[in-house]
Write a protein that binds this ligand. Structure first.
Ligand code: ADP
Ligand code: G6P
Length: 466
């Protein structure tokens, strides 16, 4: 059983006002959905995206949907408030100021309790329950109190911050204790596990190493398990004849430029969209990049739209895209093609195959699965990946063109370097990155996490994870 704030389907409103079910945004769903659908029967406990009573949902690809209802004030105070205006900015190096409100904490506790009860009700005796991400940090402890028979895992998809930042949280002890209700607490990077161990000692006075923490009469294991994607699925898409044709068509529609540059992000201030636009604009201004030769496509799907920092970001990005197009575009030749629509997987695969340079420049990111999807889609071993040092993925791909997105001159230089790289260099880099990804795909992630969760090996065997 997976317990995550979001179900893999999201209740969005169609243009005619009707309810429409779509795949949920973000990396958590991209990682877990393909995994679960291969290992049914499985249950996913989560929120369906709307407000009001829980809708009855049919199974999705064989996975049972167990909906947790959220009312309007739950969404405002738990999801938009404590999760996305307190924890999200704090855990991402406080690149935006975290906001603290006592009523948000009350909602966070209430909603975590609701998720724990929903999981307790739906779990078979002795089941394995895998709790996900920063929205639900109290669930492992709450769930253990109701159902001590369960084996409970917790995985944090986002960065886990150093003590200097985490210590800001008014309810830091409760958050740590909640996570320690799990048998295994997993993070993306070893540094995050180290931060957690240090905090367990500093805040709770527990004996902790980077692998184990003693809590009462239990030992909680901790460790790094870098999340990944279903490489085979993306490869299969990227080799489909209609996708190959579509990729060629995209380039034609863009005017057959010498270079196509692509970015695909949720509209989030952690993604470094503004830094990227600034670097590109300066390269246009100095003539290092010319609109006719080079085309930039920025896909930025709106996210968390009622949170103020996200509204401000969207306005700033749209103003900047407008300014750049006004200043450097020509009739029929915009400098930046800016798209805010969600695309299906085949269209994303076509975009990845069409592009010469994929620019992934977050200021901080737990992993960044877009970077991995791009590598997976490049079955032709071509294309360049410009990748921020501050994305978890950077640790796995030293062959990418690594950048510090805060360093504008460095960003411009590295982008030019990627634009001018010779094909043999790009092929060597991409081949190495693809080999790394093939060995460390989503199956490998699940295998290593679940083996650590159940050291007997029975679980991995039962789930037939290959
Ligand atoms: P995050 O989880 O912070 O959003 P990731 O890069 O890890 O960042 O994951 C983003 C996921 O969302 C990827 O699987 C990507 O393909 C998907 N995605 C991003 N933009 C779109 C879009 N416009 N349409 C469909 N999927 C998208
Ligand atoms: C990140 C988080 C996920 C979240 C996703 C999309 O990947 O780690 O937990 O689901 O972003 O964000 P949203 O707020 O739309 O769920």
């Amino acid at each position: 059983m997976v317990v995550a704030n979001r179900l893999p389907v999201d209740d969005s409103v169609a243009p005619d006002g009707a309810c429409e079910w779509r795949r949920s945004p973000g990396g958590l769903v991209s990682a877990l959905h393909p995994l679960l659908q291969q290992h049914t029967p499985a249950t996913w406990v989560g929120w369906a995206g709307g407000t009001g009573p829980a809708p009855m949902l049919a199974d999705v690809d064989g996975v049972r949907m167990h909906t947790v209802p959220l009312a309007g004030d739950d969404v405002r105070d738990h999801y938009e408030g404590f999760a996305n205006a307190t924890l999200w900015p704090l855990y991402h190096d406080a690149v935006e100021q975290p906001v603290y409100h006592r009523r948000w904490w009350e909602a966070y506790q209430r909603i975590n309790q609701r998720f724990a009860e929903a999981a307790a009700e739906a779990a078979e005796p002795g089941a394995v329950v895998w709790v996900q991400d920063y929205h639900l940090q109290l669930v492992p402890g709450l769930l253990r109190a109701i159902r001590p028979d369960l084996r409970i895992g917790f995985f944090m998809h986002v960065p886990f911050p150093p003590p200097e930042l985490f210590m800001q949280l008014p309810r830091r002890a409760e958050l740590l204790l909640g996570m320690l209700g799990a048998d295994l607490v997993g993070f993306q990077r070893p540094q995050a596990a180290h931060n957690f161990a240090q905090l367990a000692t500093k805040v709770l006075g527990l004996a902790a190493t980077d692998r184990r923490i003693a809590v009462d009469d239990r030992v909680v294991r901790i460790g790094a398990f870098p999340v990944s994607i279903d490489m085979a699925e993306m490869e299969a898409l990227a080799t489909r004849p209609d996708v190959v044709t579509r990729a060629a068509r995209i380039r034609r529609d863009l005017g057959d430029p010498q270079h196509m540059l692509l970015s695909v992000d949720r509209m989030d201030y952690t993604k470094g969209i503004e830094q990227r636009l600034k670097a590109y604009s300066e390269l246009l201004a100095t003539g290092h990049v010319k609109v006719r030769d080079t085309v930039m496509v920025q896909v930025a799907v709106p996210s968390r739209e009622r949170v103020e920092q996200y509204q401000i970001l969207r306005e700033r990005v749209e103003r900047e895209v407008g300014r750049i197009n006004g200043e450097f575009g020509r009739v029929g030749e915009p400098a930046i093609h800016y798209l805010t629509q969600p695309f299906d997987r085949a269209e994303l695969a076509a975009l990845y195959r069409a592009t010469d340079i994929m620019a992934v420049t977050p200021l901080r990111d737990g992993m960044n699965l877009v970077a991995k999807e791009y590598i997976a889609a490049r079955v032709d071993n071509a294309g360049a990946l410009l990748l921020s040092e501050f994305a978890g993925a950077a640790a796995e791909f030293p062959e990418a063109f690594l950048v510090n997105p805060h360093d504008l001159e460095g960003l411009k230089l590295t982008l030019m370097h990627a634009l001018q790289a010779i094909p043999a260099d790009l092929t060597a880099r991409m081949t190495a990155m693809r080999e790394q990804l093939r060995v460390n795909d989503i199956q490998a992630w699940a295998r290593s996490y679940l083996t650590a969760l159940d050291q007997s090996g029975n679980l991995v065997h039962r789930l037939t994870i290959t």
